[in-house]
Design a protein around this ligand. Structure first.
Ligand SMILES: [Fe+2]
Length: 503
């Protein structure tokens, strides 16, 4: 399913010329770091890098508050910053019709203006699926109809940014889609590289190829049982639209903390699994195998639009970041030649064209039903049957692991451990023999409309109060008090000046 045609594919279609015009305006960025502004603190990290004389040519920052981004901009002076967006959920057929979508685009445009980023990278993935919320990214359904929706939404986002976001050099940030990781499973009817080829044929976007994500495709598509890693990478790249790759990411991989709970379940039952059960893990060290894959990727003859190569190091100890970046710089310093480093002349502004063809309502309904089924499968409410789900034993076991171990762990630990957040409520629930497993069931009990900006922490706070109200109404007051304290602390952590002004 993952690999197909052997010959290399060059991008084509009506939007490739537009992509080429846009990419001309983007200067070479070189070797960079993709960071979390808070963790580790960006100023301390920059100091440590300077002491080792290994300064990155650019920093990619994740979506946060405008105030935090403004202070990051001030911290780096005239240095290059790029932007990793979040919350546009462009894989979802219903998203663009929501009022939230327009607010999210406006917020993205505002943040891009602060950062002055040449691109907005967004995972081609979602954390909100058919009314259900997840803590980590879910890949799209890899189907032709889903690719069409991703392309339509990407064109719309580019069009809106063209209207709302003009950088100081006169250009508009280019929308980049990042191929997401697989977290134990994949769903779809077509190969992943072919999916991105279809998207690229129908939108002028660039792409981000994340080497660790590619390793998880090798691992969880089951390709590793049929071929070597080298051959997998070769066949994957030959089908992937490599001439659209604008940025490459390299990040850590690790066995997830939940894995300790049921270690044996990923073994496939017959001991045939020889690869570790790694998933994307930015805090973890980068395994050497990813640099072997990167070397192979960098040799690909159609990698003609590459502007930046970044280690993703958010939430990682500073010492490890500095060591990894020093090694990385030595290994790849010759990659970006000094010629052409300056920003190119920006040609006459050309807004992204939108398709004349209205979306077919029945296509949207079909995809909506497919995503609804996808969410139901993940929530354990229905079984993974039908053309989108592989029926081989290892795939079923991996999906089962995601549903029964990883996902509950995510609800109870990701973005804040429930037991540490609601100490008193949890103690009293425990005294009544009420297990927190019930909170996971409650979480997926029914779909909810999208309320506004996605914030997993705040959602968890809200849902836990509702859960307590349902299972132990007499504890609601305690849960509400703890929730208010959590919201207040969270607000202060994100915008420390807010309380000072208010108070
Ligand atoms: Fe990435």
């Amino acid at each position: 399913m993952i690999v197909g045609k052997r010959e290399m594919m060059a991008s084509s279609g009506p939007y490739h010329g537009e992509f080429l015009r846009r990419i001309e305006t983007i200067p070479t960025h070189g070797l960079g770091l993709s960071v979390d502004i808070y963790d580790p603190d960006i100023a301390s990290l920059r100091r440590s890098l300077q002491e080792r004389q290994v300064s990155p040519a650019f920093l990619e920052v994740f979506r946060t508050t405008p105030m935090a981004l403004a202070s990051a901009r001030k911290e780096v002076g005239n240095g290059l910053l790029t932007y990793h967006g979040e919350g546009l959920w462009l894989t979802q057929p219903e998203m663009v019709d929501s009022t939230t979508f327009k607010q999210e685009i406006a917020a993205t445009a505002e943040q891009l203006m602060i950062v002055q980023s040449a691109w907005v990278n967004h995972e081609c993935a979602t954390k909100y699926l058919a009314g259900y919320y997840f803590g980590t990214y879910l890949p799209p359904l890899y189907t032709p109809l889903s690719a069409q929706v991703v392309a339509d939404n990407t064109r719309l986002i580019q069009h809106l940014l063209d209207q709302q976001c003009r950088l100081a050099n006169g250009s508009t940030p280019l929308v980049l889609l990042e191929m997401p990781p697989l977290t134990y499973f994949v769903a779809g009817t077509m190969s992943i590289p072919r999916f991105f080829q279809l998207v690229s044929e129908q939108a002028p976007c660039g792409l981000v190829l994340d080497v660790g994500h590619l390793w998880t495709v090798f691992r969880y598509s089951g390709a590793y049982r049929a071929m070597s890693l080298t051959r997998f990478v070769e066949e994957f790249l030959n089908e992937f639209p490599m001439d659209r790759v604008v940025e490459i990411h390299v990040a850590g991989l690790a066995v997830h903390a939940s894995h300790r709970i049921l270690d044996s379940r990923l073994k496939g039952g017959r001991g045939e699994d020889t690869l570790p059960a790694w998933i994307d893990a930015h805090a973890a060290p980068i395994p050497p195998v990813l640099f072997e894959m990167l070397d192979q990727i960098l040799c690909h003859p159609q990698l003609t639009s590459l502007k930046g190569l970044a280690l993703e190091v958010d939430t990682k100890p500073i010492e490890l970041i500095v060591n990894e970046f020093a090694q990385f710089s030595r290994r790849y310093e010759a990659l970006f030649s000094p010629q052409g480093n300056g920003a190119q002349t920006v040609p006459e502004f050309e807004p992204c064209s939108l398709s004349e063809e209205p979306r077919s309502i029945s296509d949207m309904q079909t995809l909506g039903v497919a995503y609804d089924r996808y969410a139901q499968v993940l929530a354990g409410k229905t079984e993974p049957v039908g053309p989108e789900w592989s029926q081989d034993q290892a795939s079923i076991q991996n999906l089962d692991y995601y549903r029964s171990v990883y996902l509950p762990y995510e609800i109870l630990h990701w973005g804040g451990k429930v037991e540490d957040m609601f100490v008193e409520s949890c103690r009293r629930l425990s005294a009544r023999d009420l297990s927190l497993d019930g909170f996971v069931t409650f979480w997926f009990s029914e779909p909810r409309p999208f309320p506004g900006t996605y914030d997993f922490f705040l959602l968890k706070v809200e849902r836990f109060v509702e859960f307590v109200h349902q299972v132990a109404p007499e504890l609601r007051g305690i849960a509400e008090r703890e929730a208010e304290e959590l919201r207040c602390a969270y607000r202060f952590a994100n915008e420390p000046n807010v309380l000072l002004y208010e108070g």
